[in-house]
Design a binder for this molecule. Structure first.
Ligand SMILES: CSCCC(=O)C(=O)COP(=O)(O)O
Ligand SMILES: [Zn+2]
Length: 256
């Protein structure tokens, strides 16, 4: 009971705020926008936000674009003794927490993220299918360079600034599993192997994208979806999306 507000033992106050930036308001409003992009249709995909020590999570199997603040779960990160057996400060009645919860928590605990977005975007799925045709050894990461939108990504955990035009953006790909939760160990492995990546693709499923702030998670997710679409359309046009263009003039830091 130490963590609970005694006036309401379900801590409903944690999801009531007039502030549109409050995570309990922001998760439904972001998901409503993501639905219009085809990122969270048919109940798939979602979004979670960490503010200080509190993590706000959507329910499982609901129409994500129709969620209300009162549908949101809240857990206190520092009170969890076992992240696989989580206890919630607030649980909405008759719902279950998102199956993506352990994956969102991995972004918060292993990457210091404050927001993690999971989409089932067609472009993300198509990129993993195109990579699959390249066969074992060549299908484990999406790589793209020399496209302006790459500048939308941070350089990585604890690194200052964003990628430059000539940098390579690398997004690891993990194989899908029958149950979303079982992806967690593979997502964590990919995070270790690609410490600077802000996203992990899941073959034939979608993508997880995170950021140090909600703004960064959202803009990185948008930049990535743009690049996935571009890569698929380049492939359709017979243009390789990896360019071996070398800078024709020396590149100064300020030009990148
Ligand atoms: C048709 S969605 C299947 C589950 C899934 O991949 C997903 O992202 C949604 O999980 P949730 O538990 O948040 O509904
Ligand atoms: Zn999913």
């Amino acid at each position: 009971m130490a963590d609970q507000d005694m006036s309401n033992n379900n801590n409903d106050n944690l999801v009531v705020s007039e502030n549109p930036e409050h995570p309990a308001n922001l998760i439904p409003s972001l998901c409503a926008k993501f639905w219009t992009l085809g990122w969270v249709t048919g109940t798939g995909g979602g979004c979670s936000i960490k503010e200080d020590d509190l993590v706000y999570i959507a329910p499982s199997g609901v129409q994500k674009e129709l969620m209300k603040p009162s549908d949101i779960y809240v857990l206190k990160l520092s009170s969890q003794t076992d992240l696989r057996n989580r206890s919630y400060l607030r649980s909405p009645p008759c719902l279950k927490p998102s199956q993506c919860t352990p994956l969102f928590l991995a972004a918060f605990t292993k990457r210091g993220a404050s927001c993690c977005i999971h989409t089932h975007s067609h472009w993300a799925v198509l990129v993993t299918l195109i990579l699959e045709t390249r066969g074992p050894g060549f299908d484990k990461a999406f790589e793209i360079n020399n496209i302006e939108q790459i500048k939308g990504f941070g350089r990585g955990l604890d690194k200052k600034g964003n990628l430059g035009y000539h940098d390579m953006l690398r997004i690891p790909v993990i194989e899908n599993t029958a149950h979303e939760e079982d992806l967690t160990e593979f997502l964590e492995e990919a995070m270790e192997k690609y410490p600077d990546a802000y996203a992990v693709l899941v073959r034939r499923h979608g993508v997880y994208v995170w950021g140090e702030t909600v703004h960064k998670a959202k803009t990185q997710c948008e930049s990535l979806d743009y690049l996935f679409q571009l890569a698929v359309e380049m492939k359709q046009l017979g243009i390789p999306w990896l360019s071996d263009i070398e800078p024709t003039v020396p590149v100064r830091k300020s030009q990148q």
